[in-house]
Design a binder for this molecule. Structure first.
Ligand SMILES: [Zn+2]
Length: 306
């Protein structure tokens, strides 16, 4: 019988008896650490479709209660965060465009923060930016349209550009740096769609307004399976799901945003439909269950690998 003896005395004795190994141990302590690592892409299948979540960026933000739960007390915010084992003083943000290969089209939903970031992400998924056939913009905030165009012109020169008519009309009236810098230069390229319109077979726009006036989610359907790209319908996997009515600073119309959240999340929970949320923790793919007065996030495991 060999019983491991790993008492402290045993470890010290072993080290003293093996000076060469002890020296190697000290050298080992100088190996450079590399920091936390997040995968660049995550690909699943949905019927005939391949769906790849792209990690276009991640960043730590301070004081999340100034963004989420504006109408919740500090005590409530702290209690909900503690129950989910996340801190209240900072939060990790993720930016997750999605690439859908239908077999006939390569459709990119949203473009991250800048052209370099989205091109690197598309390449990490195994494609060239010239292969993208459609770029779909869910709504016109800078973290979704930033990669559309830069110093070298349109990032996806061969792609049809598609967005919601209501969203475009709103921002063309409101203006702003993001619209004039990223959308206006491509205005001639854009095709405009409405609620229920299809981008391609099995890719259907769903109006989910509130975050912005024309914010759209997209239903993906193939082989009898469904997945919804919810974009910014819900921006945090705890604070926006457990309490859909908690106000979010980024939402233009807070009451309408809460109404859209409840409506679509109810549907996702009832049908056990998977979804990708642009700001959910990477790979941003999961399910929701109803819990108490709100919802609970259940990360995807392997359902969409089978
Ligand atoms: Zn966003």
């Amino acid at each position: 019988m060999m019983q491991p003896n790993i008492s402290r005395r045993g470890l010290l004795g072993g080290a003293a008896a093996l000076p060469l190994m002890a020296a190697a141990g000290r050298a080992g302590a100088q190996v450079a650490t590399q920091g936390a690592q997040v995968p660049k892409v995550n690909r699943v299948t949905l019927g005939e479709f391949e769906i790849t979540a792209l990690m276009a960026g991640t960043a730590t933000r301070e004081e999340p209660h100034k963004i989420f739960g504006l109408n919740a007390s500090d005590e409530d915010f702290a209690a909900v965060s503690e129950a989910a084992n996340i801190p209240t003083d900072k939060a990790q943000f993720f930016f997750t465009p999605t690439l859908v290969n239908t077999g006939a089209e390569l459709i990119l939903f949203d473009t991250g923060l800048n052209p370099d970031g989205i091109v690197a992400a598309v390449e990490a998924a195994g494609y060239g930016s010239d292969e993208v056939t459609h770029v779909v913009i869910t709504h016109m905030h800078g973290d979704h349209v930033g990669g559309l165009t830069g110093g070298d012109g349109p990032t996806f020169a061969n792609a049809r550009h598609v967005t919601g008519q209501v969203e475009y009309d709103h921002w063309s009236g409101a203006g702003g740096e993001t619209f004039t810098g990223k959308i206006q230069p491509l205005a001639e390229r854009f095709e405009f769609i409405a609620d229920g319109d299809s981008v391609a077979s099995g890719v259907t726009a769903m109006m989910t307004p509130g975050h912005t006036p024309g914010h759209m989610s997209y239903m993906l359907e193939s082989g009898g399976k469904q997945l919804v790209l919810i974009a910014d319908l819900a921006n945090h996997y705890v604070w926006s799901l457990a309490h859909p009515d908690w106000e979010v600073s980024f939402d233009t119309d807070k009451a309408q945003a809460a109404q859209s959240r409840r409506k679509l999340l109810d549907m996702l929970a009832a049908d056990k439909t998977p979804f990708i949320g642009y700001h959910m923790p990477f790979p941003a793919l999961g399910y929701v269950e109803t819990r108490d007065q709100g919802f609970h996030y259940v990360p995807h495991s392997y359902q969409l690998m089978l």
